[in-house]
Write a protein that binds this ligand. Structure first.
Ligand code: FAD
Length: 317
């Protein structure tokens, strides 16, 4: 089987999980695509998972109420061993990259980190990944009965429901006690959808002019249409926006249904992070800007005139 450790928030699958299902199906490895749902009180998540996978294994236990690298690694490795998984896919999130190497060690398996594409030939799995500050895309290959992979978020399109409900099985896990405990949490209060979860993203480039204009135009439009907010590296380097919002080779990779680029030139390093978006809409005052080469819809004009009108129009809807 291909084992995927689902990422979720206790109530809903993260988009990264649907991307991992696509990665599993694209990998060419054999066997049922299996989602492992870990947590406490995760029946709802397991039901949702059944719509995407061939089977769902549910580890529902008090010891899984909170993420811990040791516990997650033990659970994933146990299930991979018992189910004779030939591929274990883990999200390329901070936590995923923390526990995935532990799973590989427990399974004595090769570990491929941050895959943006996967394929199989014979017993070997090939992965593509960025390296050297994302200036180089390299292909790496690993052979083994089981291989552990993390997938870079946004690199695979989210899977669609299969139309059938995969079987669900409860699993008994032999869990270690967590040695690291979360003792406090301060959650950022934002009503805005996260960049990697968003179906629509509004991104601002240097062309918006300033941090204040970014807030007024990019955030203003995003809030009216319920979109996530992205930024180019030029904007992040200028200190107008946090690195967490950077889209591109050295930032996040995204594939939303609609990507609205305001004052973004479309440098190749930016395009590599958003070029797979379903619809790209660009507003730029330079008709020769490279972003128009990939845009499905383009407006040649000044963002300071067009965007306020768009925000106004969105308010009227
Ligand atoms: P600019 O290239 O300066 O473009 C601004 C655009 O705004 C221009 O096209 C201009 O015509 C337009 N404009 C100006 N005023 C207006 C106006 N009033 N109305 C409408 N349009 C206007 N970049 C990333 O984004 N993400 C990355 O992850 C990334 N990684 C990199 C990694 C490496 C190793 C390197 C070398 C570079 C990387 N870059 C990355 C940087 C990238 O090469 C570009 O410099 C950057 O994307 C440019 O950002 P920008 O489009 O905001 O700015």
């Amino acid at each position: 089987m291909i084992l995927i450790v689902a990422e979720h928030n206790g109530a809903k699958l993260a988009k990264s999980t649907l991307e991992m299902v696509s990665a599993a199906r694209a990998s060419g490895r054999e066997g049922p695509v299996t989602l492992l749902v870990l947590g406490q009180g995760v029946a709802e998540v397991a039901n949702e998972a059944a719509g995407y996978a061939d089977q769902v294994l549910v580890g529902d236990a008090a010891g899984l109420a909170q993420y811990s690298a040791e516990v997650w690694a033990a659970a994933a490795a146990q299930i991979a061993q018992e189910g004779e998984a030939n591929l274990v896919i883990i999200g390329g999130s901070r936590s995923g990259r923390e526990y995935a190497p532990r799973v590989a060690v427990k399974l004595d398996a090769p570990y491929l980190e941050d895959a943006i594409a996967l394929s199989t030939s014979g017993a070997a799995v090939q992965a593509q990944r960025y390296t050297y500050l994302a200036r180089v895309t390299e292909t790496v290959e690993a052979e083994g009965n089981v291989i552990v992979v993390t997938v870079k978020p946004g690199s695979f399109g989210p899977a669609q429901p299969t139309g059938a409900a995969g079987e669900q099985y409860d699993v008994e896990l032999d869990l270690p006690a967590a040695r690291v405990e979360v003792t406090g949490k301060s959650v950022e209060k934002s009503s805005r959808v996260a960049l990697t979860e968003a179906d629509v993203i509004v991104t601002g480039g240097r062309g918006v002019g300033s941090a204040e204009n970014f807030a007024a135009m990019v955030e203003g439009l995003a809030d009216q249409i319920g979109a996530g907010v992205g930024a180019t590296r030029a904007v992040v380097d200028a200190g107008w926006r946090p690195y967490a919002e950077q889209v591109g080779q050295t930032g996040k990779t995204v594939q939303p249904k609609a990507y609205i680029a305001l004052g973004v030139s479309g440098a190749v390093q930016h395009l590599s992070g958003m070029g797979k978006s379903k619809n790209i809409i660009a507003i730029n005052k330079d008709a020769e800007a490279p972003i128009f080469k990939v845009a499905d819809y383009g407006i040649v004009g000044d963002v300071s005139q067009i965007v306020p009108a768009l925000i106004e129009a969105a308010k009227q809807r």
